[in-house]
Design a protein around this ligand. Structure first.
Ligand code: ADP
Ligand code: MG
Length: 426
C-alpha cells in the first residue's frame, strides 16, 4: 500500500480531491476508503464512461464510504442503546426485594459464582471492576458473552482488551463458538433452501433462504421485509424441485401486519390452491415481548408434530425495543433478547431442516457496505448468532435492493428484486 504522501508527490495530487477508484469502479470523495484506496486512484481516466452504470446512466453516487456507513450504524446503535441508568439502579433495588423460588435463587447464585470465578481469573480485573460489572447487570457469563463489547465497556468501565478477553473466556466456558469443523460440516451438509421468488435474491443467498441458521432481513419501513416473510410462507410449501421444502410455516406477527389476502395473491401467482396454503401457515400474534418469547417456546413443540419447516418472526425486537425504554436497562433487555434469540438458534441446532427468518426495522440509511462495518459498529445482538443478515433498501418503484452482510460464504454485491401483486419476483 503506497503512502498517501507518496501518491500525492508522484501525481501532484492533493489530498481531499475526489478521485476515481479502479478497485471499486467509482469515485471516492473522503473517508477511510478514500485514503486506503489511494493507490487505486485514477487521475487521468476519470471519464464519464467509467461512471456509467448498467443502465448507461451517469452514476454520480459519490459516497463518503465507510464514514457515512459507520455514522449510520452508530445512529442505530445509539438509538438501540438508550440506557436509563437511574432505572437500572431502581431495578437493582427492586430485584433484591423479589422473592425468588428456591430453585431460581440457587440457579442465580450458581451462575453468579461461575461468573465471578471466571472474571476473577482474568488479568487486570480487580474487585472494583468485578463489582461494577455485576452492578451493571452482567451477572452471568451469558450476559457477558452476548453483550456488545462497547456496552460492557461503558457500563463497567473495563478497557477494550479486558472486555475482549472477558467475552472470549465467557464464550469458551459456555462452549460457544468452538466445535469441530466436522460437526459444522455435518450440519451444513444437510442445508436445504427455500426460494424467495427472485432468482437474483436467491443467488445472492447462495440458492435461497437456508435452513439451519437464523436469517435476518433488516431495513427501513416499506422495504419489503414483511412481503418477503409472506412469500417464504407460501414458498416453503412448494415441492423441493420448485424451491420449497414441502413443509408448513409458523408465523409470529408482532406488528399486526400479517395479511392472508397477500398469501392468497401470492398463492395464485404460483397456481397454488390458496385454501391449502393458508391452512399450512400456523399463525401467532404476539402482543408483547413475553408473549413472543412464549410463542417461540411453544413453537418448539409444533415443529416435529406439524412438520414446520419455516419459522417467521416479524419483527424480532420491536416489542423489546418499545417495552424496555425507561423500564429496564440495556443489559436486561439485551439478556432477554439474547435468550430469545438463543431459543431460536437452539431450534436451528436441533432441527437442521428448519429455516428461521426474522425481520428488524432500522431507520438509518447506509448506502454501501465494505468489509464488516456492522461488526465494527457493534451493538447488534443478532450478529453474535450463526446468522445471515440481509440489508434491504428501496430502489425505483417496486424495486428493492438486498445486500448480504456478514456472511462469509456468500458473494458480495446487490441483488435487485421486485414486489408485485403476485409477490416477490425479479
Ligand atoms: P416492511 O415490512 O419492510 O415495512 P412491507 O414488506 O410491508 O415493508 O412492504 C410494503 C411494500 O410492499 C409496499 O410499499 C408495496 O410496495 C409492496 N406491496 C404490498 N402489497 C402489495 C401488493 N398487493 N401489490 C404490490 N405491491 C405490494
Ligand atoms: Mg413489516
Amino acid at each position: 500500500m503506497a503512502k498517501a504522501s507518496e501518491i500525492e508527490k508522484n501525481n501532484g495530487f492533493e489530498m481531499g480531491n475526489p478521485y476515481y477508484c479502479k478497485e471499486c469502479k467509482r469515485n471516492h470523495t473522503k473517508g477511510k476508503i478514500y485514503k486506503d484506496h489511494l493507490n487505486f486512484a485514477s487521475f487521468e481516466n476519470n471519464t464519464e464512461e467509467d461512471n456509467l452504470d448498467e443502465n448507461n446512466e451517469l452514476n454520480n453516487d459519490d459516497y463518503d464510504d465507510e464514514e457515512e456507513l459507520i455514522n449510520a450504524f452508530n445512529e442505530i446503535e445509539d438509538r438501540e442503546n438508550k440506557i436509563e441508568i437511574e432505572d437500572q439502579l431502581v431495578d437493582d433495588l427492586e430485584l433484591k426485594d423479589v422473592d425468588l423460588d428456591d430453585e431460581d435463587e440457587l440457579n442465580r447464585e450458581k451462575s453468579l459464582k461461575e461468573c465471578i470465578n471466571a472474571v476473577k481469573e482474568l488479568p487486570g480485573v480487580g474487585e472494583a471492576t468485578l463489582n461494577k460489572l455485576i452492578k451493571a447487570g452482567f451477572s452471568s457469563l451469558e450476559s457477558i458473552a452476548f453483550t456488545p463489547p462497547k456496552i460492557i465497556q461503558s457500563e463497567s468501565g473495563l478497557g477494550e482488551k479486558t472486555t475482549e478477553k472477558l467475552i472470549k473466556s465467557s464464550m469458551e466456558i459456555l462452549n460457544i463458538g468452538f466445535k469441530s469443523a466436522e460437526d459444522v460440516w455435518e450440519h451444513r451438509k444437510n442445508i436445504a433452501r427455500i426460494t424467495t421468488g427472485s432468482q437474483e435474491l436467491d443467488d445472492s443467498l447462495g440458492g435461497g433462504v437456508e435452513t439451519g441458521s437464523v436469517i435476518e432481513f433488516f431495513g427501513e419501513f416499506r422495504t419489503g421485509k414483511t412481503q418477503i416473510m409472506h412469500q417464504l410462507c407460501v414458498n416453503v410449501q412448494l415441492p423441493r424441485e420448485n424451491g420449497g421444502l414441502e413443509g408448513k410455516a409458523l408465523y409470529i406477527d408482532t406488528e399486526g401486519t400479517f395479511r392472508p389476502e397477500r398469501i392468497i395473491q401470492m398463492s395464485e401467482g404460483l397456481d397454488l390452491d390458496h385454501k391449502k396454503v393458508l391452512k399450512n401457515i400456523i399463525f401467532g400474534r404476539a402482543y408483547n415481548s413475553d408473549h413472543q418469547v412464549l410463542l417461540i417456546k411453544e413453537a418448539a413443540n409444533l415443529i416435529k408434530e406439524k412438520g414446520v419447516k419455516l419459522i417467521v418472526v416479524d419483527s424480532l425486537i420491536g416489542h423489546f425495543r418499545s417495552e424496555y425504554i425507561g423500564r429496564g436497562t440495556l443489559a436486561t433487555r439485551q439478556q432477554t433478547i439474547n435468550s430469545h434469540l438463543h431459543d431460536l438458534l437452539r431450534l436451528c441446532d436441533i432441527y437442521p431442516d428448519l429455516a428461521i427468518v426474522v425481520t428488524n426495522q432500522v431507520q438509518s440509511k447506509p448506502d454501501v457496505f465494505y468489509g464488516n462495518p456492522l461488526q465494527a459498529a457493534g451493538g447488534n445482538i443478532v450478529a453474535h448468532g450463526s446468522t445471515i443478515r440481509i440489508y434491504l433498501r428501496k430502489g425505483k418503484g417496486e424495486q428493492r435492493i438486498a445486500k448480504i452482510v456478514d456472511a462469509p460464504h456468500l458473494p458480495e454485491g446487490d441483488a435487485v428484486f421486485s414486489i408485485t401483486e403476485n409477490g416477490i419476483s425479479d
